[in-house]
Design a protein around this ligand. Structure first.
Ligand code: FAD
Length: 482
């Protein structure tokens, strides 16, 4: 299911070996995987060979984790946007950031860091035009992918742009809840169509579902609908409850739209793309090894920000592993490495410069142009020409970065997010250019190379900035049992 993107040796170490302890920890902090009656509620969807998914109420997961962090007396810097990473003699020295309310600037020396800042959203036009109404978190803007890349950290799986199927008019997760409960996609002729595109029909991996929906829409059989009419009242009740866990207001939206719980056809569409993993079974971002370490000593990564972890199960299991490995590494380092004063002063000036400009470009204008370029050039379809065209246009925007203005701290944060979205767009387009095949279509669909070419491309496209400033791509082959 994640052939060519999942490194199984890393998975064994950061997920399989860690899962049991992660489940026990989750229960210990007060989040149970069980239903109120003590049973485990399992469903099958997204290409799983059996009912592997567990439905549980994870609404309080993050607040409960925060309580545990406090209980363990960890120091937390809330509302600090990390802006850059710094090395000394090729090894991590620390990082910088600023408080997005007070404007305090932080220079932090560190023996090790774990990057866990998710993937990149707001890169593509959203279905209703509001760039913040997305199926994923709009605050994850690839900040640390960009910063790590600039520091020479190798990234992988960056060519993939991921989409899902969402209710028309409201981008929200819920895909797994619908298909897990047995809902099916139909076109405007009320024909279930997914078996045309994958033998598993509505239980196919997510990318095939999106591909099928796109083909039906393209061939004029839209709108498409989520057909829930055959579900029993108890199943529907569970479905709507689960949708509310994915996004509080989703059941309310569906009811307001007239999709009454008792059997319905819900109009759906394909979501905006985001730059992220091509499968539920891998990640996209910092290339990690079995100890969650990147190629730069002291920089580790976990969760969606790493190339091998994605989704909650891996973030929960691998995140802990990354912390443990980073701590073990830090213990072996005797002295904190120095942060160069000149570099710190330059970064502080760079970070706050948009506040000094009275005239210039707003983050909204800048980000909108990035979105238009990405949407037009490398959403569900890419070609050599579309990608080189995107890169030329994105390069021309470089000059506008020096004209970004911010009128307050909130806009300053957004300006930095916008610059990071711009930088990640370029990384993604470059990696996509290097993969001259299609894989997990439409997440990487090259209309000029429409077939999957395992002989040449079964592996990770690793992209890296070299010390002289040049960017290289190389394919790291992955082997799988037949
Ligand atoms: C609504 C929703 C429903 C989902 N449902 C499921 C599900 O049912 N099952 C499943 O397996 N997965 C699900 N997922 C995916 C799952 O939530 C993610 O895979 C998981 O949260 C990844 O965890 P993470 O810690 O890697 O990243 P995140 O949880 O995304 O956390 C990233 C953090 O980094 C912070 N950050 C970003 N940039 C900076 C910066 N510059 N400086 C400082 N901090 C920064 C962000 O504020 C955020 O707190 C869902 C996702 C969403 C959005």
């Amino acid at each position: 299911m994640a052939r060519g993107a999942a490194d199984l040796a890393v998975h064994d170490a950061v997920f399989c070996d860690e899962l049991k302890a992660a489940l026990a920890r989750t229960e210990r902090i007060g989040v149970s995987l069980r239903q109120p009656d003590g049973t485990i509620f399992r469903t099958q969807a997204m290409g799983q060979p059996g009912p592997y998914f567990i439905n549980f109420d994870g609404k309080k997961l993050k607040p409960k984790m925060a309580i545990e962090v406090k209980r363990r007396k960890c120091e937390v810097l809330n509302r600090v946007q990390v802006t850059n990473l710094y090395l000394h003699d090729g090894e991590l020295a620390g990082f910088t950031g600023f408080d997005i309310r007070s404007g305090d600037f932080y220079r932090i020396r560190a023996k090790a860091v774990v990057i866990a800042t998710g993937n990149t959203n707001r890169m593509f036009n959203a279905q209703i035009g509001n760039p913040f109404n997305l199926w994923y978190c709009p605050a994850n803007t690839g900040d640390l992918h960009r910063a790590a890349f600039d520091a020479g950290v190798a990234l992988a799986n960056m060519e993939y742009v991921r989409m899902t199927i969402v209710p028309k008019g409201f981008s929200a997760p819920g895909f797994n809840a619908f298909f897990g409960m047995g809902a099916q996609l139909v076109n405007s002729l009320l024909e279930p169509f997914m078996t045309k595109y994958h033998e598993m029909g509505n239980k196919a991996p997510r990318n095939y579902m999106v591909w099928g929906a796109l083909q039906e829409l393209k061939e004029g059989r839209g709108p498409i609908y989520m057909d829930c009419r055959h579900l029993k009242p108890k199943e529907l009740e569970h479905l709507f409850f689960t949708l509310g866990i994915d996004k509080d207001t989703l059941p309310e939206f569906l009811l307001a739209k007239g999709y009454a719980k008792e059997g319905c056809l819900i109009e759906m569409t394909v979501s905006e793309p985001m730059q992220a993993r091509p499968s539920e079974l891998c990640g996209s971002g910092i290339r990690i090894d079995r100890t969650c370490a990147s190629n730069v000593p002291g920089i580790f990564a976990a969760g969606d920000a790493s190339d091998q972890m994605g989704c909650l199960h891996m973030a929960m299991a691998g995140g802990y592993a990354a912390g443990r490995h980073a701590a073990a590494y830090a213990q072996k380092i005797v002295h904190l490495r120095p942060l160069e004063p000149a570099a710190m002063a330059a970064e502080e000036a760079r970070v706050f410069r948009p506040l000094e400009r009275k005239h210039g470009v707003t983050y909204r204008e800048f980000e909108n142009i990035v979105r238009v370029i990405c949407t037009d050039h490398f959403g569900p379809v890419k070609t050599e020409l579309s990608l080189t065209g995107a890169l030329a246009k994105l390069d021309r925007l470089d000059a506008a970065r020096d004209e970004l203005r911010a009128d307050n701290m909130h806009e300053l944060m957004r300006a930095h997010e916008a610059m990071n979205i711009h930088a990640v767009s370029k990384i993604s387009a470059r990696a996509a250019l290097a993969r001259r095949e299609s894989r997990f279509h439409p997440y990487h669909y090259r209309a000029d190379y429409p077939h999957t070419d395992d002989a040449n491309y079964c592996g990770l496209m690793v992209i890296q900035q070299q010390p002289g400033g040049g960017v290289t791509t190389r394919l790291e082959r992955l082997e799988y049992a037949a």
